[in-house]
Design a protein around this ligand. Structure first.
Ligand code: CO
Length: 463
């Protein structure tokens, strides 16, 4: 059996390169052709796409999913799902999570890729079980990061827990492009020796290593890899699909995909790429190779966030100092992986520590909540002295954070009752309670012939 390819051009590639702004109208002309390629799966939904649909594109994300399902009946559809956060930015009660998964699968999703920023298995439990109950494939993605704690053994242990929890496959999720080719080799090998479910490698091209990493992982038994059609590959996106297909052709790893057919798909995305460059959505800067992530061991996006926070404070000269503070804050916070949302939380706290000239003189609410256990269990325990310094008399929680949440689906239904046009709308509202009503109103106006651009000056435009 050759290597299986997950095509990410309809989700992660445009999320990474053009802030998730590809619209369904831009996808429709090519999806039937993509459906003929024979990809193992196409990642098309979840992550930031849901948010971008209602916030920037005036698109119903559920309608988008139904259209994709209609246009690509022969390809498995895959989505990215942030554990108990789902597609939002807080922990949700299990009743909302179960309903979301039920509706997602009913509208056509096949594979749900579930991850937790802290790699706390308890935050994945409900999502894995809900996916399996609905008959979907539950893939667990392990947040990959560097540090003394994050050895191959750490990931093997985590993967074993995921497998016994019912995961159908495991993904190494290297969102910050930190994995190197030989680490990809040793980690894949260790996983393959210790678990029996398929292994997938998801790594970004940011530091220029991705294709080498995929190759080494494949040579060591990796079953599935994530790539993107070349016009939206490289840079902060992924390895180009065509290059990997060509590299493996005629070997025992042959993907079986037809390079000639792929170049037809490429032509279409090339016209989109040119359009994105012309309208400024695609900044050539994100296509450049950047090894800073490897030097500072923080995600590329975090570097630019820190710099812009410091610029706003007029303290750009503190950049190096903040970068040195990040590992210290991360260690205090139990060595959490730096991925959304933990990267922003650690970054902001490091900035405060440096600008105040005193560590933890100001503590953000989010940092406080990490120390209080509200995001889950950290990879290493928090030092009790430090915990007391941040929390005072408040006791940290040790249970699964969602266990403290009452069922909330009915309450949410009541809150958004006036907007409901389909059952799924309550879930859209649950994910983004501030943005969803504006989206619902525009949708209603469109339906009744009110000029949808009437309030255009109030819209947030992509930058
Ligand atoms: Co990614």
């Amino acid at each position: 059996m050759g290597v299986k390819i997950v095509e990410t051009v309809l989700r992660d590639a445009h999320q990474s390169l053009i802030a998730t702004r590809m619209s369904i109208d831009e996808m429709i002309p090519i999806m039937q052709e993509m459906d003929k390629i024979g990809y193992y799966a196409a990642e098309v939904w979840g992550g930031a796409t849901f948010d971008a649909c209602i916030r920037f594109l005036d698109e119903d994300p559920w309608e988008r999913l139904r259209i994709i399902r209609r246009e690509m009946p022969n390809t498995k559809l895959q989505m990215l799902f942030r554990g108990q956060n789902m597609l939002g930015y807080r922990h949700y009660a299990d009743d909302v999570l179960e309903y979301f998964v039920q509706k997602t699968v009913a509208n056509g999703m096949d594979i749900i890729r579930i991850f937790d920023a802290l790699n706390d298995i308890r935050n994945l439990h409900s999502a894995i079980h809900a996916a399996k109950k609905e008959g979907a494939h539950a893939q667990v993605a392990m947040s990959f990061t560097l540090g003394d704690v994050f050895t191959d053994e750490y990931y093997v242990n985590y993967a074993k827990q995921c497998e016994s929890e019912g995961a159908d496959s495991i993904c190494i999720k290297d969102m910050a492009a930190l994995i190197t080719p030989y680490r990809a080799a040793s980690l894949t090998k260790a996983l393959k020796e210790n678990i029996s479910i398929p292994v997938d490698l998801h790594t970004h091209y940011t530091s220029g290593l991705a294709s080498m990493c995929l190759l080494k992982a494949i040579e060591n038994g990796c079953d599935i890899v994530d790539t993107a059609m070349s016009p939206l590959a490289n840079g902060t996106s992924h390895t180009p699909t065509e290059s990997l297909v060509a590299a493996l052709k005629g070997t025992e790893y042959d993907t079986g995909l037809d390079l000639v057919k792929l170049t037809e798909i490429r032509s279409y995305f090339m016209t989109l790429r040119e359009k994105y460059i012309k309208n400024g959505l695609l900044d050539p800067k994100v296509l450049a190779c950047d090894a800073n992530a490897l030097i500072y061991q923080v995600p590329g996006g975090m570097l630019s966030n820190l710099l812009s926070q410091l610029k706003q404070a007029g303290k750009e000269e503190k950049f190096e100092e903040v970068l040195r503070e990040v590992p210290k804050v991360r260690a205090d916070a139990g060595n959490i992986p730096l991925v959304t949302p933990s990267s922003q939380i650690v970054g902001s706290q490091a900035v405060f520590n440096v600008l105040k000239g005193e560590r933890y003189a100001t503590v953000t609410k989010e940092f406080h909540d990490i120390i209080a256990g509200k995001y889950g269990k950290t990879p290493t325990p928090i030092d009790p002295e430090f915990s007391k310094k941040i929390l005072g008399d408040e006791q940290p929680i040790t249970c699964r954070p969602a266990d403290l949440l009452e069922p909330e689906l009915e309450k949410l239904r009541m809150e958004c009752a006036e907007w409901i046009e389909q059952e799924e709308d309550v879930l859209t509202y649950a994910m983004f309670p501030k943005v969803a009503p504006k989206f619902f109103e525009k949708r209603r106006n469109k339906k009744y012939g009110v000029d949808p651009n009437a309030d255009a000056q109030n819209r947030v435009h992509p930058v």
